[in-house]
Unconditional design. Structure first.
Lengths: 448, 111, 187
């Protein structure tokens, strides 16, 4: 048994330079799948807490404070409540379709993560059609929403489902155009473009610049278009008319209660993380650190720098950015300890204070571990990717707290009359500029 | 048993033939026009499966770039989309006039 | 900027091919049977979606990832959404309570049986003992599949399907105009 397991674990060394799926290594592909989906579930739970706290702070109130220290255990209380609720099915509803619809949406939202790259070999697999697969599978959630609205056999869910699906289909067009103009930029250095997610980030690494800064302002406009379209695609504010509580009594998931509703909620947050991953991979350089082309002078500190891999860059700027994971976790731990010191000194708060102090200690410990050279080299890619996706999550919550809602006809007008022509013009301009990149460099005075 | 376990081109062709048969039965025997249209989509999918299976076989003989079957399959999918859109448009126009979706009652030109 | 397609022969062979083939084939056959026998048109549509997704899996097994991606986006994510909307638009409750098979169902079954007999005859006796598709061919990986299809479609030196591509776009334009005109209440 022991050497059986050892043979599987050490097969990881045979997959150097390839993802587990690409190398055909089923054991490690399964391990990666479990890691990604476990991390996704933790991220959804964290998003729940973050959304309530950040929205509350933006509205000058405190948010959940009771359940754990500063409401940290609130998502767990929510999950227990949802699991224990009564499961209601409307009287004339089509039972089979009513049962299947949440699963379609969850399936579409979770299967997307098979190709999301956390590092040059840290993806479950690297398909040749990575970005096409992600766009296609995320468009399958429209089916789940339409069937959910239909199977509820009631007016509000049906109208909400039709509006939601019309909105998602319209903004998929804008997303597709923005994605194509980014894919065109991958073919500039080598003459052959690529649709694979890892290939797109490697193209940005070869050209030494994130695509959002490429052919300024074309990359920036494409990124902005995708950022707007992805908010509309996931039915989030300010495009959340189909599920707004004041308009349609929660839209297509009105008749769903308890565990089924939590599936829709899980799928919505997973879809948010998925489209943010697309935006990060295509425009923000995926796992690359900021300024990937600038390395600085080569320095050497004994036992700490340069890293063990002989092909890794050894500049001073690389060293500074390599310290960022550890520093960020230490900052989070410091924030926890600051709040511990601000807690009331009443004896009833003793357990909460100890809990928060323990949480802060765990974060600080993780930060210290991330300074060790072997951990630091492996974790760097995953950290930068996750930090960028976390930035997008903050943007989503910021939009929800700031913008008023779009009316449905305004929403469709923006999708078809503003984003679509902009996307087409952007596509043509990017193609022309890409064919004559040297001319563009002359015009913009040495830029990229 | 070995011929069942080792998957060759013939396995894909037999599967395509079975799907084609199911689609033909659906087209010829169902009364609801929408289900007839969905059976037509089944037929087109069976044809696509044949094309892609043969493309794999052809690629083995004529080198890695000989993907003619896959290109043909992409065109068939495009055509299926166009045909489904127009067919459903016709269906909606017919339904607006006669309030029924039965194939038996599409008989305005019958003598 | 000449795309050179350099698929190397496969080094790590695929795993568990018969299991996945039979699983996907069974899914497709069962989905097909459900499509042609269900009373409720929405159940038929869901069965067809399952069959189409299983077909995309079969395309992946045949090392055609681009066709699989196109199938998921266009067929399962586009055409079936269209079908679902139309079914919801014209759904009649009384239609589900009437009989499901039309007046000439017996003739239809006989014709389908004749077609099935033709298939069986062709596949078992056409080659008179020699294998139908001789094995022993080289198996190529799919690392450059999209680029190879693009070379066939667009490349100046190896592209043969550029004209067909343009005709297909014209066909889609005609289909869009036709569908809009057909479904309008007043032209």
């Amino acid at each position: 048994m022991n050497e059986f397991l050892q043979q599987y674990v050490f097969s990881y060394l045979d997959t150097k330079g390839l993802t587990p799926g690409g190398a055909g290594n089923i054991f490690w592909a399964t391990v990666y799948i479990l890691l990604v989906f476990g991390g996704l579930s933790v991220a959804v739970i964290a998003m729940n807490w973050l959304e309530r706290k950040i929205l509350a702070h933006m509205q000058v109130r405190l948010g959940p404070m009771r359940v754990g220290p500063h409401g940290l255990l609130q998502p767990i209380a929510d999950a227990i409540k949802l699991l224990l609720k009564e499961d209601i099915i409307p009287a004339e509803a089509d039972k089979i379709i009513f049962w299947i619809a949440p699963f379609i949406v969850v399936l579409a939202a979770f299967t997307v993560f098979v190709v999301v790259p956390f590092g040059p070999t840290h993806a479950i697999t690297d398909m040749n059609i990575g970005i096409l697969f992600m766009l296609g599978v995320s468009s399958l959630s429209v089916l789940g929403i339409v069937t959910a609205g239909w199977a509820s056999n009631s007016h509000y869910p049906l109208i909400g489902a039709l509006r939601s699906s019309a909105q998602m289909v319209s903004y998929e067009v804008a997303m597709g155009l923005a994605v194509v103009s980014a894919i065109m930029m991958t073919s500039l250095e080598t003459g052959t473009g690529t649709l694979s997610m890892i290939g797109i980030v490697q193209a940005q690494q070869a050209q030494g610049v994130w695509f959002v800064f490429k052919f300024f302002p074309l990359g920036l406009i494409a990124f902005g278009m995708f950022a707007i379209a992805m908010v509309a695609e996931t039915n989030r504010a300010p495009f959340d008319l189909p599920e707004a509580e004041s308009e349609l009594t929660a839209g297509f998931h009105t008749e769903y209660s308890g565990f089924r509703w939590s599936l829709f909620f899980l799928a919505e947050y997973s879809a948010m993380i998925a489209v943010s991953s697309i935006a990060v991979t295509l425009w923000l350089g995926g796992w690359l650190r900021p300024f990937p082309g600038v390395h600085g002078p080569s320095i050497a500190i004994p036992h700490i720098w340069p890293p063990a891999d002989p092909a890794a860059p050894t500049g001073a700027l690389d060293f500074v950015f390599a310290l960022c994971p550890g520093i960020s976790f230490l900052l989070l731990g410091a924030m926890c300890f600051y709040n511990v010191q601000r807690m009331p000194k009443h004896p009833l708060f003793k357990i909460q204070t100890m809990g928060l102090a323990g949480f802060g200690a765990v974060l600080g410990l993780i930060g210290l571990i991330m300074f060790l050279p072997p951990v630091r080299d492996r974790v760097e890619d995953i950290f930068w990717f996750s930090a960028k996706v976390a930035g997008f999550m903050y943007l989503y919550i910021w939009y929800r707290g700031t913008f008023p809602r779009y009316r449905f006809d305004q929403l469709m007008k923006v999708g078809w009359k503003v984003l679509l022509p902009t996307g087409l013009a952007l596509l043509i301009l990017t193609a022309i500029v890409g064919m004559h990149a040297d001319l563009w460099a002359q015009i913009t005075g040495g830029g990229q | 048993m070995d011929s069942l376990l080792h998957i060759t081109t013939l396995h894909y062709l037999v599967l395509g033939a079975a799907l084609f048969l199911l689609g033909v039965i659906g087209v010829l025997t169902r009364r609801n026009v929408v289900i007839v249209l969905m059976s037509i989509e089944l037929i087109l999918n069976a044809v696509n499966l044949n094309l892609v299976a043969f493309s794999r076989y052809w690629q083995g003989i004529h080198g890695p770039g000989a993907l003619h079957g896959q290109v043909f399959a992409i065109f068939v999918i495009t055509d299926a989309a166009a045909e489904a859109a127009v067919g459903l448009g016709i269906l909606i126009a017919f339904f607006r006039n006669k309030e029924t979706v039965n194939v038996d009652e599409v008989n305005l030109l019958k003598w | 900027m000449n795309p050179v397609v350099t698929n190397p022969p496969i080094t790590n062979p695929p795993v568990a091919t018969p299991f996945f083939f039979y699983l996907l084939a069974a899914t497709m056959i069962i989905g097909g049977i459900l499509v042609i026998t269900r009373k409720n048109a929405i159940h038929s549509a869901m069965a067809l979606i399952t069959a189409l997704l299983a077909q995309a899996g079969l395309y992946l097994m045949l090392y055609a990832p681009f066709v699989a991606g196109v199938q998921i986006i266009l067929y399962a994510g586009g055409i079936m959404v269209l079908f679902l909307f139309v079914i919801m638009l014209i759904n009649l409750e009384r239609n589900m309570k009437e009989r499901q098979f039309n007046k000439q169902w017996l003739v239809g079954i006989v014709a389908a049986a004749a077609l099935g007999g033709l298939f069986i005859t062709v596949y078992t006796t056409a080659t008179r003992g020699k294998p139908l598709f001789p094995e022993g061919r080289v198996i190529y990986a799919d690392g450059q599949n999209t680029q190879a299809i693009a070379a066939l479609l667009f490349d100046r030196s190896t592209g043969q399907y550029m004209f067909a591509f343009e005709i297909a776009s014209l066909l889609l334009l005609v289909a869009i105009i036709g569908a809009v005109v057909m479904a309008k209440k007043r032209i």
